[in-house]
Design a protein around this ligand. Sequence first.
Ligand code: CA
Ligand code: CA
Length: 256
Amino acid sequence: MKSNFLKTTVAGIILSASTLATQAYAGSIDLNSWSQQGHAANGNWTVAPDGSSVVQSINGNPTFFVSPESFINKEFTGSFGVETTDDNDFVGFVFGYNGLDDFYLFDWKQGTQTYNGQVGYEGFTLSKISAGADVTSLNSLWDHNGTGVTVLDTDYGNDRGWADNTVYEFTLGYTDTEINIGINGGDFVNEQIFSISGLDNQAGHFGFYNMSQATVRYSGFEEDTCTENCGTVPEPSTLAIFALSLIGIGARRFKK
Ligand SMILES: [Ca+2]
Ligand SMILES: [Ca+2]
C-alpha cells in the first residue's frame, strides 16, 4: 500500500507535467507560409523543408520575416540563437505587425556599440514603431530614436547581451492589454524581461527581426490561445518550492 501510494503520486506528477506541456503548446507554426518584409536586399531567410526553422544569413539593414495570420490573445514560444561568433548586433521579434509603419519590436543586442554617432546598447529594447519611422536603414532602430520610434521599456547592462552559439527559448504573451516576454537559456534562467499592461493592442502578424546580424536561427515556434498569465515564465524558485512540497507530502504520507 505504502509503496503503491508513492508510485501513484510520482506517476500522477509525471502525467500532470506531460499533460500540461501538451496542452500549453498545441499549434506548431509552419514557416513555409511566412514572408519576408522590408527591403528585399536586406535579408535572406531560408526555411527548412519541414517548415520548422529558418536561418537569416545577411549582416545588413533591418529585415523582417512574418506570419500570414493576424494574432491577438496568443502565446508564442520557440527557440532562437546566433550560430556564429562573428558580430554583436540585433536579433529580435515583431508582433502586432500591420505593416512597416505599425508594429511592436522586441530586439536584443550582444554588445554596446556607437555607430554614426548613435549608441546601440547591450541588452533588450521594446519599441512601438509607427508612421514616419525609418525601418530601411540603421539610422532609427540602432539607437531606438527618431520619428515613429517610441521606446516602451529597456533592460540594458554589461551582462544583458546574448551569447554566441547559444540557444534561447522565447516566450511572448500578446493580449488586448498586455505584452509579456520571457527568455530562458545561457545565463538567462526563465527571466521575465518585459511585462507591460494597460495597453490598447490590436491584432497583428507575428514575426522575426534581424538588423546588422547574420546567421540567426529561429526554430520550433508554436502559438496557443492565452489562458491565465499569458507569456509569463515560471520562477525557478517557485518551481523548486513546489517540487519540494510535493516530495514533503509524499514523505509524510509514506511514514504513516
Ligand atoms: Ca559575437
Ligand atoms: Ca553587423
